[in-house]
Write a protein that binds this ligand. Structure first.
Ligand SMILES: Nc1ncnc2c1ncn2[C@@H]1O[C@H](COP(=O)(O)OP(=O)(O)OP(=O)(O)O)[C@@H](O)[C@H]1O
Ligand SMILES: [Mg+2]
Length: 322
């Protein structure tokens, strides 16, 4: 990555290992396998990959909801993984999350006002009751909901409205970075676009940095400036959204693209890849983790894991056969 950029979040060699018991044996799942990634201030960075590749784990580690097992995460120059409790608490207002399922993330017994105000309450952001009412009204207005929604309860809202409340909750403390983990996957197709547009609009209006997580490369490419493709806990491709979408370089990105309708039929997918399941995560790999699904695989891919390298300015790929 070029050094002149203003980096808000600098992830270096991040590791997260889960120990799981299967068939009486303890296994290690390398959910995040040494990811390095720098997020530029003000960009929308898409994170894409199929189920189990580590997207939510990455989000949880960045939010401090899950510990890391190695590496560093610098947010505005401070390593989040070594902060004390008090400093970490302050960061909680600066990095905010929008969850997939607004049903699950909102407390059914709390009013919209109490849910949206919660982080402000915890961090003492309101000096008066009046200010609390006003800040909640402002957050609701920003997500396109009338202020009187504050006195309603989650069950009275539609899925789309509930997700707007989830977004209002995320933006109330005036965060710098918002991580949205599959924010529209639980919504009706008809309202997905509205919520995506809202996120894109808020990002611009509030000067946010947005990390947008989805398994759907089509959606990710539309909303993102750059896209990071994860495969089994590894970053396999990173680049500008359009370039990656119309000219993928990693065979796994090609595979993801082959699963979605292409807007332009003239952009043919070259290296045909077999559609198959990812291999088991229950053991550690030598060599390239994608090799068994890849028709470019050679002996080298079996022996040696490829490093992420810059194949042209701004485009990073971890494949021996780019
Ligand atoms: N708490 C946990 N304990 C054990 N293993 C876990 C835990 N959380 C995640 N994993 C494992 O870590 C890997 C990454 O999971 P993660 O939820 O981050 O994937 P994801 O990319 O978000 O998938 P999805 O698209 O289904 O949401 C998976 O193999 C998963 O089974
Ligand atoms: Mg997930």
């Amino acid at each position: 990555m070029t050094t002149g950029d203003d980096i808000i979040l600098d992830i270096r060699d991040l590791q997260k290992v889960f120990k799981v018991r299967r068939g009486g044996k303890l296994h290690e799942v390398h959910a995040i396998n040494g990811i390095s990634l720098a997020v530029r201030r003000g960009e929308t960075l898409g994170i894409v990959g199929e189920s189990g590749c580590g997207k939510s784990t990455l989000a949880r580690v960045l939010l401090g909801l899950s510990s890391a097992d190695g590496g560093t995460v610098h947010f505005n120059g401070k390593n989040l993984l070594s902060l004390g409790r008090r400093e970490l608490s302050a960061v909680r207002t600066k990095i905010r999350m929008v969850f997939q399922d607004p049903y699950a993330s909102l407390n059914a017994r709390r009013s919209v006002r109490d849910s949206v105000a919660e982080t402000g309450d915890i961090h003492g952001l309101f000096r008066t009751r009046q200010e609390r009412v006003e800040k909640v009204a402002e957050a609701l207005e920003r997500v396109g909901l009338p202020a009187d929604f504050a006195s309603s309860y989650p069950h009275e809202l539609s899925g789309g409205q509930r997700q707007r409340v989830g977004i209002a909750r995320a933006i109330l403390p005036e965060p710098e970075l918002v991580i949205a983990d599959e924010p529209v996957s639980a919504l009706d197709v008809s309202i997905q676009a509205q919520v995506l547009n809202l996120l894109a609009d808020l990002k611009t209006r509030l000067g946010l940095t947005l990390m947008f997580i989805s398994h759907d490369l089509g959606v990710v490419a539309k909303i993102s400036d750059r896209v990071a493709v994860l495969y089994m806990g590894d970053l396999v491709e990173l680049g500008p959204a359009r370039e990656l979408f119309f000219d993928p370089r990693h065979p796994y990105t090609e595979l993801l693209l082959s699963a979605i309708p292409r807007p332009d039929p003239s952009t043919r997918i070259t290296g045909a890849v077999e559609v198959s399941e990812p291999p088991s995560r229950m053991h550690r790999w030598t060599g390239c983790p994608f090799r068994d699904r890849c028709n470019r695989a050679s002996d080298l891919c079996v022996q040696q894991a490829p490093d992420l390298r810059e194949v042209e300015p701004g485009r990073f790929v971890s494949c021996h056969h780019v």
